[in-house]
Design a binder for this molecule. Structure first.
Ligand code: CMC
Length: 378
């Protein structure tokens, strides 16, 4: 009999190999294929970052142009999808919409179950191209606005903001959004990525794996935390109220959204990049108070709980950033999903390239030899 170790929440368990992201949680380091997230945030684009994650190297100029063109071809949804989106309840949450529509895409694919690596890459590119259109169409439909069809001459980030707002974003807004896409693209074996790998390991299909990952991401302990951060910022009237708010929450053992991480015991490097961006955008859009509240929360959390290794994570400053970009609150987590499709897909490809079924064990802690009591005696 093999001996088994029980680790609640699988803490500390290595369950996959990856060549995509490297995380040093003690030092606060994140690299994609060896390149620091700070360098990518400064110099790269989302498209180039996706190429890097999927090919484990940076593209040449012509390879990048080709990749961008292939993605742009996929901005337009398969026929029938627009009608599906515009028949959903307008009250639906966008995360439920993405999950449902990614699942529906399988029915528009003539060979949805093809699982060789090349087919998986093609399906991943389709989903990455279609997803922003799904979100933007649904948001305009629910607001009673005319749909804005994609513009294939625009980048992933420009095109999404264009479809959402009906006007091309300023270069600064497009760059800010693109940086959010880069910083959220991949992050080791996080919960939703693990969900995707678990599903594809049964040799199910890419659509099922990404649908499951979207479901995982929306939880408030994972990608849903960015919406929780914004709700918290809205509950705090001014910087002067932050101290009471945070200390009372901590006294009640409530969690402060956007803080803490299973892997990082130092400040999440993505939070460092997003903090700079949030500060700049808040100043540029007349929302300096929002940044000031966030910064004060960080200061108090540093004083109260940094000794436990609790620091801001990626969701903390992304909330202020998305708000200043002008996004509705319930679009924050969908933005995480749009970007993370890159990481989920890369992991699906890695899993398919060297698959073994995930099948851990549960430790049975119930009774033995229990009598079966007939219904009449219960
Ligand atoms: N606020 C206050 N206390 C916290 C927080 C927080 N945000 N996070 C952890 N703690 C405390 C927790 O109460 C516990 O204290 P004690 O040992 O005294 O009982 C200790 O830290 C360890 O917590 P844990 O729940 O065992 O840690 P975990 O590794 O299971 O949880 C986490 C990680 C991310 C779920 C957790 O930190 C959390 O709930 N954070 C708030 C939600 C959040 O921001 N999630 C986004 C994560 S990063 C982006 C992503 O991957 O989606």
């Amino acid at each position: 009999m093999t001996t088994a170790t029980f680790a609640k929440g699988l803490e500390g368990i290595v369950a996959s190999e990856t060549e995509m992201s490297y995380i040093d949680g003690e030092q606060g380091v994140l690299e994609y294929v060896g390149i620091s997230i700070g360098d990518l945030a400064k110099h790269s684009t989302f498209e180039e970052t996706v190429f890097l994650l999927w090919n484990k190297r940076l593209p040449s100029k012509s390879e990048l142009a080709h990749f961008e063109e292939e993605l742009q071809k996929r901005y337009e949804l398969p026929s029938g999808m627009e009608q599906r989106i515009c028949s959903l309840p307008k009250t639906a949450e966008p995360m439920h919409v993405i999950r449902t529509m990614v699942s529906a895409l399988a029915m528009h694919d003539p060979s949805p179950n093809d699982n060789d690596v090349e087919s998986a890459r093609a399906k991943a590119l389709n989903i990455l191209g279609y997803a922003p259109t799904i979100v933007a169409y649904f948001d305009r439909y629910r607001r009673g606005l005319e749909l804005v069809h994609p513009d294939k001459s625009l980048t992933f980030s420009e095109n999404f903001l264009y479809m959402l707002n009906g006007e091309k974003p300023t270069p600064a807004m497009a760059k800010a959004f693109d940086l959010c896409m880069i910083t959220h693209a991949d992050h080791g074996l996080n919960n939703s990525t693990f969900a995707a790998r678990v599903i594809i390991s049964t040799l199910s299909d890419v659509y099922s794996a990404i649908t499951g990952a979207v479901g995982s991401l929306r939880g408030p302990l994972h990608g849903g935390a960015n919406e929780g951060v914004m709700k918290m910022l809205n509950e705090i009237d001014s910087v002067a109220d932050v101290e009471n708010y945070v200390t009372q929450k901590l006294a009640k053992k409530d969690r402060i959204m956007g803080f803490g991480h299973r892997v990082y015991k130092a400040k999440d490097p993505r939070a460092t990049d997003l903090q700079k961006l949030a500060k700049q955008l808040a100043e540029d859009t007349g929302k300096a108070d929002l940044y000031a509240k966030s910064h004060k929360i960080e200061e108090i959390m540093e004083r109260e709980v940094a000794s436990k290794g609790i620091y801001p994570n990626v969701d903390f400053y992304s909330a202020t950033t998305y708000h200043c970009i002008g996004l509705e609150l319930d679009l924050f987590t969908p933005m995480f999903a749009l970007s993370r499709i890159a990481g989920w897909s890369g992991h699906i490809i890695e899993q398919l390239s060297d698959n073994r079924l995930f099948r851990p064990k549960a430790q049975y802690v119930g009774p033995h030899d229990a009598p079966y009591t007939p219904m009449s005696e219960r």
